[in-house]
Structure formats: C-alpha cells, structure tokens
Design a protein around this ligand. Structure first.
Ligand SMILES: [Mg+2]
Length: 323
C-alpha cells in the first residue's frame, strides 16, 4: 500500500508541475509559425531565464484547489466564482478575449450558466480553455473513467458549453487518468488508449479527430504532419488531440514530448501544458528536468497545490488510490 501511495503522489505532482512547465515553455512560441526547432531547443534546454506561466496554469491551480478543498467534489457556482476571482487578481496571464469577458461578467455578478451559454452567438465556447485546466480531475483517486469524464464536464460547463469543448475536457481528463494508471517503460498501446478515451466523448467531430491518432503514431508522424491532420489551434477538437499525439509519440521521454508539442506551432502553451500533464502523470515527478523546476515561476505554489491534491489519495483521506 505504501508503495502505491507514494507512486500515486509522485504521479500527481509530476502531472501538475509538468503541466505548468509545458505551459511556460510553450508560451513564447504561441501563434508563431513555423516554430524554429533550434530556438525551441535553446529555450527548453540551455536557457536559464524565468519560465513564466499563463492562464493555463492559473486556471489549473484554481481547479486543483477547488477539488482539494471539496475532496474531489465539484461545485459549479463556487468554481465559476473562483475562476472569475483569479482572472480579476491577474488578468494579464494571456486569457482569450472570450474568457476574459466571461470572467468579467461573472465577477460583476452575472450568472455563469447563462453567461457561458450566451457566448459566441449562443453556441457556447468551443475553445480549449476547459481542457487546459482539467488535469486535476484526472488525478482524483479512485474514480472510474466514466466518473472522471462526468466530473470534467461539470468543471467545463462554467465557461465552455459547446459540446466539443465539453468533449475536450472529458477527453483530456480521461487521458490524464489513463496516463496515471499506465505502467512506465512498457509500450503504450495508442489504439487502446484512444479507444478508451473515445468511449467518453459524445460528438462525431471529436471522435473522428481522436481516431486519426493511432495511424499518426504508428508512422512516427512529424509535428507538422500531426498539425496538418488534427490542427493546432485554440479549438478543443484540435488542441486536445494534438497534445495527446505529442504524448503518444514520446510517452517515456518528457522533454521530447513537450518539444514535439511546441514544435507543432499554434496554441503552443496550451498544447504543451496538456502534453506535460499526460507525461507527468505517467513518468511522475522524477522526470522533471532540474532546470525547469528552478526556472518555473511560482514553482513552490504549484508544488504546494499538487501536494495537497495528491494527499486526497492517501489511505484515510476519504478515497483510495487506484491500482
Ligand atoms: Mg495560455
């Protein structure tokens, strides 16, 4: 039991910290295409500069704290207020225009359910903003995958009500849970992982995007190839499959996976953050490059939030670690 407990805690912390590192490493390359591989390599492996995190990490920390305080239970009203409060506290973290407007409205007292539903002419946001913060849901102990997906959708609803965005949150949370349950250094079966995730998405568009991944992984597709097939934009239906592709291409090599994610271009901070969450859930904190830990802005805050979330998995904390 002790070994399992330790292993689970290390995976939770690995996922949280590497998600933040992916966000901060990807941020300088957001929207710059084509990304220069040499510049990415320098920034990832030789720079000593501060790695500044963005809205992805800010919102992930809000969700982690929310779940920790409520022992894994989601309260949408409170989560909406907490996200809006975080935006109010630090609005300069690179939030998209839609998210900034939504959080401003909620902070002024608007009801989240209606405000989120009204976005984009009443379609709701199909962006990746719910998926980018959802890793903590996949790191809750003892949940069946269906419960992970359901809880992820509830966290998404407060800001992203388009069915593809809800699928994005469910898919990324389930992928995180599967990565946390996977056995390191044994081959990861991309077909099986994608099939398992597909069981928890509802839209044909999202399923179709995910089903492109096994063939791309099998042929060792390049980042440009993946971006061409599934996209690299801010839509959840692009960014989530792109992040999963980067992880599946390099499931046991954290820097290679995050470098792959950034090299795809497009929404690099969010894609690399989601890739980092998956890598960290599989490889645990031991694979965090030392320099990233030293360069990451707010590292102690991320570690503290991750450690608190990880303690939910302790025997006696109200839930048991899975597997
Ligand atoms: Mg961002």
């Amino acid at each position: 039991m002790l070994r399992t407990e330790l292993s689970w805690s290390h995976r939770v912390r690995g996922a949280m910290v590497l998600a933040a590192c992916g966000d901060a490493l990807g941020a300088p390359f957001e929207g710059r295409e084509p990304a220069d591989p040499a510049e990415i390599d320098d920034w990832m492996h030789r720079s000593t500069q501060l790695m500044r995190f963005t809205d992805d990490t800010a919102c992930t920390l809000v969700l982690a704290d929310h779940l920790t305080r409520r022992r894994g239970i989601v309260n949408e009203d409170e989560l909406a207020d907490e996200l809006a409060r975080e935006w109010t506290r630090e609005p300069g973290r690179g939030y998209g225009q839609g998210a900034a407007q939504l959080f401003a409205d909620i902070a002024r007292g608007a009801a989240w359910r209606q405000a989120a539903a009204d976005m984009f002419d009443g379609h709701g946001s199909l962006g990746n903003g719910a998926a980018m913060r959802v890793a903590p849901v996949g790191l809750l102990p003892g949940l069946a995958l269906g419960a992970v997906a359901g809880r992820a959708r509830r966290t998404a609803m407060v800001s992203h009500q388009h069915p593809q965005a809800l699928d994005g949150a469910a898919a990324q949370a389930v992928a995180t849970a599967l990565a946390a349950l996977s056995i390191q250094d044994t081959p990861l079966d991309a077909d099986r992982m994608v099939a398992a995730i597909c069981q928890h998405v509802h839209t044909a568009e999202f399923r179709a995007a995910l089903r492109k991944l096994p063939a791309l992984v099998a042929r060792a597709a390049s980042g440009a190839d993946v971006a061409g097939e599934v996209g690299n934009g801010v839509a959840a239906v692009q960014a989530v499959p792109a992040a999963l592709a980067a992880f599946l291409r390099h499931p046991d090599d954290v820097p290679a996976a995050i470098g792959f994610a950034i090299g795809m271009g497009g929404d690099t901070d969010t894609i690399a953050s989601m890739t980092g969450a998956l890598c960290g859930a599989r490889r645990a904190e031991k694979d965090l490059p030392v320099m990233w830990g030293l360069r990451l802005e707010g590292a102690s805050r991320v570690w503290t939030a991750a450690s608190a979330l990880a303690r939910l998995g302790r025997p006696g904390a109200g839930a048991q670690p899975p597997g």
